[in-house]
Design a binder for this molecule. Structure first.
Ligand SMILES: [Zn+2]
Ligand SMILES: [Zn+2]
Length: 355
């Protein structure tokens, strides 16, 4: 069989499951069968607003799979291995790659936006971007490693100290992962802020001590009340909504760390008094982008695998929908607007979906 099914984005708003040739692969690549893949917030933007770098492109960068074949020079994986895919394919030679900061690479490819991703029965992937999973780790669990690793990378920027109060803006999948991670990293009180009551319920299951519904409460006053006016030691902004960005600075306490990882899709306005508080409170404001792939001080991907496999980080309460590859269009309809509740939406690509 030389043909496969692939869900290709043809233009903004148009995704079609089509029949294509199975891709060829180089001597340093593997041919991978994607098993389960997640829809990321960035996929929603690509599908409904921005498109991909070129059309058509197979979407999907959060995916795990099984190695089907390997090129002649591949040594780290073999056919039959269960693998997680790091979708960021970096050059390996620029100053950032050489200093261990691949996420700053000046010339990278990205599966699922710049080249074809995981919403297809097969995809070719550089073998260096594959890590072998435990043989009994479920593909559903493994499909969420990518967003978890983004959360891990973000928290490494937050420098959480024992008993710190951590406030997380946005209780989507990554926000929920970061609630769990903050507890692992020694946070005291964890406060979650969102506009969706359903997401705040998941935040409680993830371990949030205080949840704030921004549609019902003044976020600043609610954090003030929850912290005895000290405000948060660490704030993480994962929503990307303009109001959440401003709130992140506003609810930070003196000498707090504020880490931004949610991508805004509209202009952000910060009122002068709130901006001035960055100075007055001597805030440390940082950004966080994707993930590192280096070994030291820790391999964020291996840490992500370990946390999920050991059950330290849980996803069961975060998966809201599952679809098979033929129903990718329906999956994107679910996430088109915020009117429907959704959290992590998974595509069972090659893994059978039991109804
Ligand atoms: Zn993503
Ligand atoms: Zn590079």
């Amino acid at each position: 069989m030389s043909k496969m099914k692939a869900a290709a984005l043809k233009e903004v708003g148009v995704i079609e499951v089509e029949t294509r040739d199975i891709p060829s692969f180089s001597e340093e690549e593997a041919l991978v069968k994607p098993m389960v893949a997640g829809i990321c917030g960035t996929d929603i933007e690509r599908m409904w607003r921005t498109g991909t770098w070129k059309f058509p492109t197979v979407l999907g960068h959060e995916f795990c799979g099984q190695v089907e074949k390997v090129g002649s020079k591949v040594q780290n994986v073999k056919p039959g291995d269960r693998v997680i895919i790091n979708p960021m394919v970096t050059c390996g030679v620029c100053r950032y790659c050489r200093s261990g900061h691949q996420n700053m690479c000046v010339s990278y490819d990205y599966l699922g936006s710049r080249s074809d991703g995981g919403f297809a029965e097969y995809v070719n992937v550089p073998a260096k971007n594959l890590m072998v999973l435990p043989s009994d780790m479920s593909y559903e669990l493994a499909a969420t490693i990518d967003p978890l690793v983004i959360g891990i990378h973000t928290l490494t920027k937050a420098d959480i100290q024992p008993n710190n109060t951590v406030c997380i803006m946005g209780a989507g999948p990554i926000g929920n992962f970061m609630i769990q991670l903050a507890k692992i990293y020694g946070a005291g009180k964890v406060i979650a802020v969102d506009l969706s009551p359903e997401k705040l319920e998941t935040a409680k299951i993830s371990g949030a001590d205080v949840v704030i519904d921004g549609t019902k409460e003044d976020v600043y006053e609610a954090v003030e009340k929850a912290t005895g006016s000290l405000m948060a030691d660490v704030v993480i902004e994962s929503a990307g909504a303009p109001q959440a960005v401003e709130n992140a600075i506003h609810v930070a306490g003196k000498q707090a760390r504020v880490v931004f990882m949610g991508t805004p899709h509209r202009d952000v306005t910060i009122h002068d008094k709130v901006f001035e508080s960055i100075l007055r409170k001597e805030l440390t404001v940082r950004g966080s982008w994707c993930y590192d792939y280096k070994e030291l001080p820790m391999n964020e991907w291996q840490t992500g695998i370990d946390y999920l496999y050991s059950g330290k980080v849980k996803i069961d309460h975060l998966v809201s929908h599952r679809f098979d590859l033929d129903h990718v269009k329906e999956a994107f309809d679910v996430v088109k607007t915020r009117e429907n509740f959704f959290n992590k939406v998974l595509i069972y690509v090659n893994e059978p979906l039991e109804k």
